[in-house]
Every structure is written in C-alpha cells, then in structure tokens.
Design a binder for this molecule. Structure first.
Ligand code: C2E
Ligand code: MG
Ligand code: MG
Ligand code: MG
Length: 280
C-alpha cells in the first residue's frame, strides 16, 4: 500500500506546503553548486542472473549536502530536471560511470554498467556525442554500457525515436526502466530497439508465490519479453522468497536488497572480490 502511494507520487502530501516550498528553494540553491563542490557520488548496485552471478551494476546518484544532509535522488533529480542542472550532472554521471565501468573490468570481465538517463537529457542532440566521448575516454566497450530510460522519455515520439537510433548506432544497450508504472505502450517494445525491460519494484515487492495477481503480471511481462527477445530484470527483490518466485516466473536478471544494496565503488570492489565465484 505504501509502495503504491509512493509510486503515485503522493508522498509529498505528508509535508506541510510551506515547509515544502522552503526546502525546495534551499535544495535548488544547494544543488546548483553540488557538482563543483564534489558533493555528488555514484553508488553501484549489482544485478545478478538466476544463478547469482553478477552481470551488471547500476549507477545510482548520491548527494550529501552539508546544509541539507543526504538527499534522495527521487527528490533532487526532478529539481535538476526542472532547472536544467541535470544536463551537467548527467554528463558527469556518464563520464564517471564509464571510467568506473572500465576499471571494474579487471575484477569482473564483461561486467556491464547501467546509467539512468532522464527525459531532459534524452531530448538533447548532444547525448549521443556525449556517450561516444565518455566511452572513448574510458575505453569501456559500448556493449558494456546500458542506458536506462523511462517511458516518460519516449512521450515526445519523433525526437525520442531519433535519439534511440543514434544511441543504438553507438552499440550501447537500452533498458526500459520502471516498466509497468508509466504508460507502458507496447508500441515502444515493438518499434524501438530496446534490449532490456526492468519491471518496477511495485510488482515485485508483493510476490509471495506464483499464483498472486502481481505474479501473473510479472509472468505475462516475462513471457512477452521472451517472445520479443528482450531481457527482463526484476527490480526491488528484497528477500529470498521474491527471488525464488522471480526465477520460477522466468525473470532473467534480478536487482535488490536480497543481493546487495547500492554501494560506493570501493565497497563494490571489495564485495565483488570476496564472493565465492570470484575465486573460481
Ligand atoms: P531507478 O533507476 O528505478 O533505481 C532503482 C531504485 O530502487 C534505486 O533508488 C535503488 O536504490 C532502489 N532499490 C534497489 N533495490 C531495492 C530494494 O530491494 N528495495 C527497495 N525498496 N528499493 C530498492 P534510488 O537510488 O533512491 O534512486 C531513485 C531513482 O532516482 C532511480 O530509480 C532513478 O530513476 C533516479 N536516479 C538515480 N540516479 C540517477 C542518475 O544518475 N541519473 C538520473 N537521471 N536519475 C537517477
Ligand atoms: Mg534505473
Ligand atoms: Mg526502476
Ligand atoms: Mg525509479
């Protein structure tokens, strides 16, 4: 119930409007300098296959502001979108994630790195050249970079289709993030060269057995993806039971606290090295 409220964006109702407005002014001002003051950091959350092997890591922004404390990306990304700050921030994220992804190859050859791209970034013709630049400077192979986009990014059809094609021409992979919470048009799956669908954790968190309503939805998405030759990832897998149900429903990849939380790069390196499979 709580998760559904959050997904619908009602969480802000719990703030008093005035306090909310003051915070948003302070946040906007602080965010303006966050990049140059080096307050932003990328954490990485492992993504595993059904056998538990780590195949990818998603880069997730973390912001610690001395004035505001830790601010969740769910709070500051929309602000950065609105002010345009997402453009320099997004460019930094791409650069950093490609460098980190290239460094991680020494620990796990073939490890993919996933980067979230917001709709304003996606609207920019500079995105593809930026991605090409970040790949070139880091030496990361294009097929090891996944760009995660949400359905809202695709609303401006023509521009979005152009961007998707430019990015595919570079050889990077595209994932449709938060699948099931937006408009989830099947047209996107049919027409766009997307590689992966990430089922929103809203549908994953209630999985208890293969018979429930959300299980039927997850199964149907997994089957659809199989037919369309798309990889399907379950987000927000929090316990062993949910992981087992996901396996039984035909999910290819899983991400969630059951496996690992998002971690700073050095913590991720230590985590990767101490796993049993790392010794093999
Ligand atoms: P997302 O891309 O859907 O990322 C998954 C979110 O689920 C992350 O939240 C992650 O920490 C969280 N998560 C992972 N496993 C679990 C779990 O088992 N249970 C629960 N309850 N949550 C889990 P986070 O890091 O707070 O990021 C929130 C959103 O902010 C992301 O959702 C993404 O849309 C956006 N975001 C984060 N970093 C970036 C970025 O670099 N650029 C852009 N444009 N957006 C970003
Ligand atoms: Mg994502
Ligand atoms: Mg998501
Ligand atoms: Mg999300």
């Amino acid at each position: 119930y709580h998760a559904k409220q959050r997904a619908l964006g009602w969480a802000s109702l719990k703030f008093a409007p005035q306090r909310d407005a003051r915070r948003s002014v302070a946040l906007e001002a602080a965010l303006h300098h966050a990049l140059e003051l080096r307050e932003l950091e990328l954490h990485y959350q492992p993504i595993v296959d059904p056998a538990g092997r780590v195949v990818a890591a998603e880069a997730l922004l973390r912001w610690y502001s001395p004035a505001l404390g830790s601010v969740s990306p769910d709070e500051f990304i929309p602000v950065a979108e609105r002010t345009g700050q997402i453009i320099p921030i997004g460019a930094w994220v791409l650069e950093r994630a490609c460098l980190d992804g290239a460094a991680l190859q020494r620990l796990v050859p073939g490890l993919r790195v996933a980067v979230n791209v917001s709709s304003k970034q996606f609207g920019q013709p500079q995105l593809a050249p930026q991605v090409r630049g970040a790949l070139g400077r880091s030496g990361l192979a294009p097929e090891l970079l996944t760009l995660e986009i949400t359905e809202s990014v695709l609303m401006d059809q023509e521009e979005a289709v152009r961007r998707v094609r430019e990015l595919c021409a570079l050889g990077v992979r595209l994932a449709l993030d938060d699948f099931g919470t937006g408009f989830s048009s099947l047209q996107y799956l049919r027409e766009l060269p997307i590689h992966n669908v990430k089922i929103d954790r809203l549908f994953v968190q209630t999985l208890q057995d293969v018979a429930g309503k959300d299980a039927q939805i997850v199964r149907a998405i997994a089957q659809l993806c199989q037919v369309l030759d798309l990889e399907v990832t379950a987000e927000g897998v929090e316990n062993a039971q949910q992981a087992e149900v996901c396996r039984q429903l035909g999910i290819n990849l899983m991400q969630g606290w059951q496996f690992a939380r998002p971690m700073a790069l050095d913590t991720l390196c230590a985590w990767l090295q101490q796993r049993p499979e790392a010794e093999a």
